[in-house]
Design a protein around this ligand. Structure first.
Ligand code: PEP
Ligand code: MG
Length: 593
């Protein structure tokens, strides 16, 4: 590349959250907040025309939704059914008498334009829903907001952008993406995605990795730096975006792309080899899934079970709660496919950055709010329905149940008591389940880590969720790009806290695994192994590179390294030590060298 060419290249750096190199055309999905509706006072003679315009916008919205539904139906994607259900729910809202008649009434009586009238009706509806004492029903009000926004966009004559609308393979560029957006992405159509906001362990990032869609988040100004149709190069490993590159830069990246593919293919050599260290310590490598159909990827990558099934995705993108039977069917499918290996099913972890469709969390500190087990213990009917589904699936294969965000013994006891109630009900109904189902607690809050010895007395196993454990130990919001630089898995405090949990579990003879993103990164996996963890659950795509690491190290050596690094002062010191000690370690950039 000449100096002149270098100058012309616009380069942005963010957090690479899903690896891979893509060269493609950008497609701007959303640049930030939608514009507010404008106000316009009408003459009496203009109101009927305005009502007509409103009705046309409703019709246009209906047509758009039907078009999207057709596309989703045509896509050979297991997630289609879920999306169709949401679209049907949205089509119902578009027919809602209250929404339509009230808006027409406001246009007629107050002589205002349709946008203003519709926004007013929406505001009233939101206030009405806001007062409902049922968290779930309250959250459903955002479906209405979502669909009203579509009608408003049509009234304003703007194009309504949606991931589902993409026709040509594109690099999606957006201010933000919710996990619900990501769940609608189809590999092949979405080549990669780039966002202004977000961090490495946000759920959007986790979804991108499991869908194998290269992604960079926290780019801050990407929506302002790129236009639809611009050519962009994305390097999801280093977090680099190059806008409108020259031919020679494209050439360099095409070669890298090829090398990356070769590297991926070579890893498959490890698929059927045992996951054990050179000195014979077995490390069980399992897969994390968000949706039942991801299970095939675990088997394809030689994983030995589902170490974390994030069931919140069963609740997303839909208008009604899943029924017990839907829970049962989804879990049964997972158990059948992964058998004879076990499936660890985590109960609903909603809240924080995992919101239901269009849901807006009104809490000031959602990450510290009514999340996960706290939500379930407040909504025991939702919780018990899920537990009954999990229990019924336990009759079909090896199932373990895992409670997220346990902060103390009381929450664990209450959760177990509800599990016992569900067992008693099923027994009375003559429905089979595994009476000895193992119960686990996630260790992802420092309070739980500190009393891990006490938790181990009342749980059959524990699983360390490092994504949240880092968030709460280091006080960094996992979705805030401004503090992403503080996300340091090698921070001595993180290493020490994991060590104390692993020691407590070992002393109690309780199995301890790690299911956060740290488990899937070879350098961190080495440390986790040295700290005594023998079960790592990760994105299926990371299993092979971690297995290669496992097979290349000595457990005794890993332990020695860990004894040393827990006494170092900074994450940088730890990193330098690890890199110097094991130069052959599989670092992220390995395929460049
Ligand atoms: C974690 O916190 O590490 C974890 C595995 O749970 P989640 O990422 O779903 O919050
Ligand atoms: Mg967590």
């Amino acid at each position: 590349m000449t100096a002149e060419e270098k100058k012309q290249v616009a380069l942005l750096k963010g957090t690479g959250v899903s690896p891979g190199i893509v060269i493609g055309k950008a497609y701007i999905l959303e640049r930030g907040m939608p514009e507010p509706a404008h106000f316009c006072y009408l003459k009496a003679s203009e109101t009927e025309g305005e009502i007509e315009r409103f009705k046309n916008a409703l019709k246009e919205s209906r047509e758009q939704l039907k078009g999207i539904k057709k596309k989703v139906e045509a896509a050979a994607d297991g997630r289609g059914k879920e999306h169709i259900r949401i679209i049907d729910a949205h089509l119902m809202i578009l027919k809602d008498d209250m929404l339509i008649n009230d808006t027409i009434k406001v246009i007629r009586q107050e002589r205002v334009n349709a946008e203003w009238a519709l926004s007013k009706v929406l505001k009233d509806l939101m206030q009405f829903f806001g007062k409902i004492d049922d968290e779930y029903l309250r959250s459903r009000s955002f479906d209405i907001e979502h669909i009203v926004n579509r009608v408003l966009v049509n009234l304003m004559g703007k194009r309504h952008e949606s991931v589902a609308d993409l026709n040509a393979p594109s690099v999606v560029v957006s201010h933000d993406l919710t996990p619900a957006d990501t769940a609608q992405m189809v590999k092949g159509t979405v080549l990669a995605f780039l966002t202004d906001v977000g961090g490495a362990t946000s759920h959007t990032a986790i979804m991108a990795r499991s869908l194998e869609i290269p992604a960079i988040v926290g780019l801050e100004s990407i929506t302002r730096s790129v236009e639809t149709g611009d050519t962009v190069i994305i390097d999801g490993t280093t977090g680099t975006v190059i806008i409108n590159p020259s031919e020679s830069v494209i050439d360099v990246y095409m070669k890298r792309q090829e090398r990356y593919k070769v590297y991926g293919r070579e890893l498959f050599h490890y698929k059927d080899l045992p996951s054990e260290t050179k000195d014979g310590r077995r490390i069980r490598l399992m897969g994390n899934i968000e949706m039942a159909d991801e299970i095939t990827s675990i088997a394809e990558h030689g994983g030995e079970g589902v170490g974390l099934y994030r069931t919140e995705f069963l609740f997303m993108n839909r208008a009604q709660l899943p029924t017990e039977n839907e829970h049962f069917q989804a879990y049964k499918q997972v158990v059948r496919k992964i058998s004879p290996h076990p499936a660890i099913i985590r109960t609903l972890d909603v809240g924080g950055d995992k919101l239901l469709l269009g849901d807006k969390n009104e809490e000031i500190n959602p990450a510290l709010g009514l999340r996960a087990i706290r939500f379930c213990l407040k909504n025991t009917d939702i919780f018990k329905t899920q537990l009954r589904g999990i229990l019924r699936a336990s009759a079909t294969g090896k199932v373990k149940v895992l409670f997220p965000m346990i902060s103390g013994i009381d929450e664990l006891r209450l959760s177990k008591a509800i599990l016992e109630e569900a067992k008693a009900e099923l027994k009375a109904e003559g429905k089979p389940f595994d009476t000895n189902i193992e119960v686990g607690a996630m260790i992802e809050i420092p309070s739980a880590a500190i009393i891990a010895d006490l938790i181990c007395k009342e749980a059959d196993f524990i699983s360390i969720g490092t994504n949240d454990l880092l968030q709460y130990t280091l006080a960094i919001d996992r979705v805030n790009e401004h503090v992403a630089y503080l996300y340091e898995p090698m921070h001595p405090a993180v290493l020490r806290i994991i060590k104390s949990v692993a020691d407590a579990a070992q002393a109690a003879g309780v199995s301890v695994g790690v299911c956060g993103e740290m488990a899937g990164e070879p350098a961190y996996a080495l440390i986790l192994i040295g700290l005594g963890i023998d079960q790592l659950s990760m994105n299926a795509n990371s299993i092979l590179k971690v297995k290669r690491l496992v097979r290349s190290v000595n457990y005794a050596e890993a332990k020695k390294i860990c004894r040393h690094i827990v006494n170092l002062s900074t994450a940088r010191d730890v990193e330098q030590y690890i890199n110097a000690k094991l130069p052959e370690l599989h670092r992220k950039e390995e395929f460049w060298v």
